[in-house]
Write a protein that binds this ligand. Structure first.
Ligand code: GSH
Length: 325
């Protein structure tokens, strides 16, 4: 417990404010190399609990990359040594989704980072996109992995998936504009709220978060009035993927665990709630990549500074409401 407190102080500064660190590996895959687009050359390491990693899982399936890029899921529990891989035993029983590390038999995610760079000094985060040929990390920043998946494997997937463009040229300015306020105020806003270690920054962040959820509600109401399902209208884009992974965790986890509890999506934001349910229930890629057990266990049992007894609340039930409640 004492160690965990030290750990959290790396996040929160002396004023009790949470600061997210920048990702370090920022390369791309392209025909110009050195990371060439090739089937079965890359491996994606994720946690089903993590909203950033979840983005990459959705993009991988949407773009038809399931048979081209393998995935390993870490165990949901993160301790002072970071993420670990599931044991053989666990992969059969307790947490079937988290399996042993397939390439090197590593026990911890951090071993991959050190293999890529023995001098590495940053955090050991998921997602990690690994190049099996060059034995290094290509990229560990989810927003960039999304873009890589969107364009760089198009020659290797069926036409139908190649034609899906999650960042289409004519919508780029609008997508960028959405990302610019949704990322700091909502995606990262829940973390700034939940990891605040003083009352004042907590109150500032939680108020700000709900101001932006109100803004989102207005935007989605306007879309609904025009019978449009997505943030940008009738087309699924990366902006939806980036938003979904936060919204789907909101009521089950952020509301109570991160004290983001001024309002609840299911009770207080009908348009956000409909948007979330539409994505989850109508597009199997969103549903099949959402694992509420990993999500709930991870947060509530990996942050003893927030939840010292590690008790995972039952509710709210269900984790997500039906499409037509
Ligand atoms: N900027 C990164 C953030 C990834 C991130 O913070 N992942 C968290 C899990 S939700 C993590 O792995 N944390 C481990 C740690 O900080 O030790 C991205 O979007 O890919």
């Amino acid at each position: 417990m004492a160690d965990t407190k030290i750990e959290i102080q790396k996040f929160a500064n002396k004023d009790g404010e949470y600061k997210r660190m920048q990702s370090v590996f920022r390369n791309t895959i392209s025909k110009d190399g050195p990371h060439l687009p090739e089937a079965n050359r890359y491996h994606l390491y994720v946690s089903y609990a993590c909203p950033w990693a979840h983005r990459t899982l959705i993009a991988r399936l949407t773009k038809g990359l399931a048979g081209i890029i393998g995935v390993t899921v870490v165990h949901w529990h993160m301790d002072n040594n970071g993420w670990r891989f599931g044991t053989e035993e666990e992969s059969k029983t307790e947490s079937r989704d988290s399996t042993p590390e397939p390439l090197y038999g590593f026990h911890r995610l951090k071993e991959l980072y050190y293999k890529a760079n023995p001098e590495y000094q940053g955090r050991f985060t998921v997602p990690v996109l690994w190049d099996k040929k060059l034995e290094t990390i290509v990229n560990n920043e989810s927003s960039e992995i999304l873009r890589i998946f969107n364009t760089e494997f198009n020659a290797l997937v069926p036409e139908e998936q190649a034609a899906i463009d999650l960042y289409p040229e004519p919508l780029r300015a609008q997508i960028d504009e959405l990302n610019e306020w949704i990322y700091p105020n909502i995606n990262n806003g829940v973390y700034k709220t939940g990891f605040a270690t003083k009352q004042e920054p907590y109150e500032k962040e939680v108020t700000n978060l709900f101001n932006y959820l109100d803004k989102l509600e207005e935007l989605l109401k306007a879309r609904h009035d025009k019978c449009e399902e997505y943030l940008l209208g009738t087309l699924l884009t990366e902006a939806d993927i980036r938003l979904f992974t936060t919204l789907v965790r909101f009521d089950p986890v952020y509301h109570q665990h991160f004290k983001c509890n001024i309002r609840m999506i299911r009770h207080d934001y009908p348009h956000i709630h409909r948007y979330l349910r539409n994505l989850y229930w109508k597009d199997d890629v969103f549903k099949s990549t959402t694992h509420f057990d990993h999500i709930k266990f991870h947060y509530t049992k990996s942050h003893p500074q927030i939840n010292p007894h590690g008790i995972t609340p039952f509710g709210p039930l269900p984790n997500i409401m039906p499409l037509y409640p």
